[in-house]
Write a protein that binds this ligand. Structure first.
Ligand code: ME8
Length: 519
């Protein structure tokens, strides 16, 4: 079916109450890699990211800075957009929740939930965390030694009492449990799924979904003093971007039925409890999967000493390079787990996996072709068993990567690709084509042809993760633009004898430590 080939993927939309940090960058890079992977694998992809601009957190931060919340959003949202570009994100849209299209969409979903009989007026008295923009039951909070009461994510909560509209979340308890049961893939990874299931099994209380004590939000239709709770507004961004409230747009019809949300683990409850309940209430299709990644921590002292504030994603890119940064985070941190990063760890990955293993292999083998084979890919002779085995391993990469990427195991996909890089290095070293040049030039041709073919397949599969470098690698092999998708992997796109091969320019520069004088 045609619609099976469509794929929607989103990041969370970030609060622009400050400049973006590495956690935001991490989520964008990883989501971009999945989006690119799917495109190369033949899917029609819509990748969405953006900023979440309403709510009390934005209003309070703006007040502290002596500006309006709108000014704060206008100052920071462009920095998030700039970061998406700097990270080479292939997003199809960048949504800001202050846009007119989004007001329409939120009003429409609110009215649908109201028509379903799921919204009623009451008053809220309970704990609220501005930092998390979340209501918490008293049992989820604790008073610490400092006398302050904290919520489950470690942010302070304050007592809030105000008139509020409520959403009948309690009505959806069984339906949600049924959803988790019948669609075990709805929430990933498993730890997050288990947490959500036990939270819902613990009983759901109706949710306060409007605020009256401040006005930085989308007005509740038919009232003059309520603004929507920021999470009602924020979650709705995903369908706004596809054209909602018009469910007949091509994008809505094509993409909403196969939607995946990539988020951080701290906002799982909003995406896997509230959001599906709102959608069920409004009579809309649910996303097919919500995957929560872990948190990043900077553990390396050396990093901050030698480079300054590297938590800032822009300086990280400047210091280590775009693809180096993308590769490091995706290869090093199992997606779904928390992860640490440090200067040494980034340098190790950059120099070992990229510069040495892939970069050197490409430059040594392709230089030999340029020099010894008349700048043309030589014709291979018969393949030995060893040749056949390594080619088979390369041909099998796509299936392994697909399987890993379907579970959002980005690090496993990269591991499968770099296993082949490792094997290719061993093959090249053990075959000694430089020695064969004199003793058995035909065999040298076979070894060089095969090494180039391995690099081709690695280059094609590495594109989602390190797009610019993979492009350079494929350029060195003169692979035409229309031969770079995954359908060209394996037998289908084998390199042709006679392909022009110039002396290669380096693809992956080594990271060289700065000396005291440079710093
Ligand atoms: O939560 N490591 O926005 P946000 C990894 N506006 N990921 C991190 C992180 C870290 N140290 N810190 C934050 C919001 N994130 C809401 C989302 S979606 C409808 C509304 C992740 O700016 C975080 O988990 O606080 C979230 O997925 C994203 O960055 C934006 O966080």
């Amino acid at each position: 079916m045609a619609d099976q080939k469509n794929f929607f993927i989103s990041t969370a939309i970030s609060y622009p109450n400050g400049a973006p940090h590495i956690g935001h960058a991490y989520e964008m890079m990883a989501t971009d890699a999945i989006a690119r992977f799917k495109r190369l694998d033949g899917f029609n992809v819509f990748f969405l990211t953006g900023t979440d601009e309403h709510g009390q957190k934005m209003q309070q931060t703006a007040e502290k800075q002596g500006i309006t919340a709108a000014e704060l959003a206008d100052r920071n949202a462009p920095v998030f957009e700039k970061m998406a570009k700097a990270l080479n994100c292939s997003n199809n849209d960048f949504i800001r929740t202050t846009q007119a299209r989004h007001y329409e969409s939120c009003k429409a979903i609110w009215k649908k939930m109201e028509e379903a009989g799921d919204i009623y007026l009451d008053s809220y008295a309970g704990w609220y965390s501005v930092r998390d923009e979340a209501f918490y039951a008293e049992s989820e909070t604790e008073v610490r030694d400092d006398g302050v009461r904290y919520g489950p994510q470690g942010s302070p909560v304050e007592w809030t009492e105000e008139e509020s509209y409520f959403f009948r979340l309690s009505k959806y308890e069984d339906k949600l449990l049924e959803l988790y049961e019948s669609k075990p893939d709805f929430i990933g990874p498993a730890e997050r799924r288990n947490e959500v299931v036990s939270f819902v099994k613990g009983g759901l209380r109706d949710l306060s979904i409007s605020r009256t004590t401040f006005d930085w939000g989308i007005p509740v239709p038919g009232t003059d003093n309520h603004v929507m709770y920021v999470w009602v507004d924020a979650l709705t961004n995903y369908i706004t971007a596809l054209g909602y409230p018009n469910e007949d747009t091509d994008n809505f019809k094509a993409f909403w039925p196969n939607a995946m949300h990539i988020i951080g683990k701290d906002i799982t409850r909003f995406h896997t409890v509230y959001w599906p309940a709102f959608l069920m209430s409004a009579g809309l299709t649910l996303p097919s999967r919500v995957f929560a990644h872990g948190f990043l921590f900077n553990r390396g002292e050396k990093m901050s000493k030698s480079v300054g504030n590297v938590i800032d994603p822009f300086s990280l890119l400047e210091e280590y390079g775009l693809d180096q940064t993308r590769f490091f985070f995706m290869r090093e941190v199992p997606f779904g787990n928390d992860g640490n990063y440090s200067h040494d760890a980034i340098v190790n990955r950059t120099n070992a996996d990229l510069a040495n293993d892939l970069g050197n292999l490409a430059s040594r083998s392709l230089s030999m072709i340029a020099k010894n084979c008349d700048k043309q890919l030589p014709a291979p002779g018969d393949f030995s068993d060893e040749d056949k085995a390594i080619l088979a391993q390369a041909d099998a990469m796509l299936e392994k990567c697909r399987e890993a990427m379907d579970r959002q195991r980005l690090h496993k996909a990269l591991e499968a690709i770099w296993d082949v890089v490792g094997e290719a290095n061993k093959y090249f070293a053990s075959q000694e084509p430089w020695a064969l040049r004199k003793t058995d030039p035909e065999r040298m041709n076979t070894v060089l042809y095969l090494t180039a073919e391995l690099i081709r397949q690695v280059g094609i599969l590495a594109q989602p993760f390190i797009p610019d470098s993979a492009e350079k690698l494929l350029d060195l092999l003169a692979i035409p633009a229309n031969k770079r998708s995954f359908s060209n992997l394996g037998e289908a796109g084998r390199l042709s004898t006679g392909t022009p091969i110039e002396k290669p320019s380096p693809v992956f520069p080594r990271y060289v430590e700065k000396t005291e004088e440079d710093a």
